[in-house]
Design a binder for this molecule. Structure first.
Ligand code: AP5
Ligand code: MG
Ligand code: ZN
Length: 215
């Protein structure tokens, strides 16, 4: 199945994608994780991306389109994929549709996870992340041992862009650049809304009810 997990910062895209990837055996492709890996390795791409990410702005489209084109060409995507954090602009969505047409794997469903703004701020300001890609919440999803990742034993940290002023800027950028994609995919008839306000397991249940139809 070829799926986009769509939604504002903090909606739960990464949390759900991790579990869905295990459940369906298809890769979770997070452009945010790919960019952060480059930032921590200090690559040229990472240095350029960090300037935008730390301000809560989008990294330029040409950079992202290149990243996603290479990633989708990898063999593990042949059985399908879960995109998280891409596309975020109309040009990115148009590029995606061209890339997928070329490999004859059209997008099947875009899951739009909806959560009110104030809840997003609460979720992001209490989030702790791990380098392995897991994320936790101090109240809603605490790790078994404070400050330590359940999965890899790594030390948890707060993302640089999870400070309240940057969170607000990410929400502004989402509304301006990314929200228009809801109409874009609705017109294509592949948008499904998911109420993201319930607990993590409850949201997961709603999503697999939808995705089981595409197995
Ligand atoms: P990215 O890493 O994609 O960040 P984001 O979209 O801002 O989304 P988040 O990762 O913050 O939220 P999420 O929906 O994954 O939530 P999570 O599951 O962690 O992008 C970062 C930056 O990279 C961008 O700002 C941009 O600069 C750049 N970038 C990336 N892609 C780009 C692109 N395509 N184009 C241009 N620039 C790009 O959950 C959040 C918290 O809530 C966690 O603590 C979690 O435990 C908790 N939680 C999750 N679900 C629930 C629930 N149901 N109930 C209670 N708590 C919950
Ligand atoms: Mg994420
Ligand atoms: Zn970890």
């Amino acid at each position: 199945m070829n799926v986009v997990l769509f939604g504002p910062p903090g909606a739960g895209k990464g949390t759900q994608a991790k579990e869905l990837s295990k459940h369906y055996g298809i890769p979770h492709i997070s452009t945010g994780d790919i960019l952060r890996a480059n930032v921590s390795k200090g690559t040229d791409l990472g240095k350029k991306a960090a300037e935008y990410m730390n301000k809560g702005e989008l990294v330029p489209d040409d950079v992202l389109i290149g990243i996603i084109k290479n990633r989708l060409a990898e063999p593990d995507c042949k059985a399908g994929f879960l995109l998280d954090g891409y596309p975020r602009t109309i040009p990115q969505a148009d590029a995606l549709s061209g890339i997928l047409n070329d490999i004859n794997m059209p997008l099947e469903v875009v899951l739009n996870i909806t959560v009110p703004d104030e809840e997003l701020v609460t979720r992001l300001s209490g989030r702790y992340s791990c380098k392995c890609g897991e994320s936790y919440h101090i109240k809603f999803n605490p790790p078994k041992k404070a400050g330590i990742c359940n999965v890899c034993g790594g030390e948890l940290y707060q993302r640089d862009d999870d400070k309240e002023d940057v969170i607000r800027q990410r929400l502004v950028s989402y509304k301006k650049n990314t929200q228009p994609l809801i109409d874009y995919y609705e017109e294509k008839g592949i948008l499904v809304n998911i109420d993201g306000t319930g607990g993590i397991d409850e949201v997961f249940g709603q999503i697999i009810n939808v995705l089981d139809q595409y197995k």
